[in-house]
Design a protein. Structure first.
Length: 193
């Protein structure tokens, strides 16, 4: 994850140590650099008191980092593989914007079922329906149904694949439900009985 952070008489902090995270909606680095600077200062002050700047003494630096930057970086270490899905920044936002635009546009035309709005925009971003559910169109992404491994970047995430984490009301429209299920990266929806 990170390079070796300490050596005899040296500490590496901030972006020089690779302390940066792309969370998709923001890139974190400045806060990690500040926390690493604070941890480095504590470590150096301790080393100065004991007049010991050996690698063993400076290893306290990593201990200080464990409660902040390293904890956060471990939490999000597999996010880049997840964000590498082209639908995350094109198809899904286009779908959401299109549906929201239709929901809040009043132009005097006859009302349309929510399901039809969702389905129309799903098709625009490359989804199509078959008797097996929703798929990406072959000219955009892939030809077979998207499974959990593909959605999660070859399943590098710790996902409970046995228990659904989102339950959808039993009276939900089947077509709309199948399209909305695509929004779950792990595909772990369950229809309420």
């Amino acid at each position: 994850m990170l390079p070796e952070l300490v050596g005899d008489g040296v500490l590496i902090a901030g972006d020089a140590a690779g302390m940066c995270m792309n969370l998709g909606f923001t890139i974190r680095g400045m806060d990690l650099a500040i926390a690493a600077g604070e941890a480095a200062a504590k470590t150096v002050l301790s080393a100065m008191k004991s007049d010991d700047f050996s690698k063993q003494k400076l290893a306290e630096y990593r201990q200080h980092l464990e409660s902040g930057p390293l904890r956060d970086m471990r939490m999000y270490q597999k996010l880049p593989a997840f964000l590498d899905n082209p639908r995350m920044f094109s198809g899904y936002p286009e779908l959401a914007v299109g549906v929201a635009r239709d929901l809040f546009t009043i132009d005097g035309s006859a009302p349309e079922l929510m399901r039809k709005k969702i389905l129309r925009h799903g098709k625009k971003v490359g989804l199509h329906q078959s008797n097996q559910g929703w798929h990406e169109r072959s000219d955009r992404f892939m030809t077979s149904p998207v499974n959990v491994d593909v959605k999660l970047g070859v399943n590098k995430f710790n996902v409970d694949e046995e228990h659904p984490h989102i339950v959808v009301k039993a009276d939900a429209d089947k077509q709309a439900l199948e399209l909305l299920v695509k929004a779950c990266p792990a595909g772990l929806y369950k229809k309420q009985e």
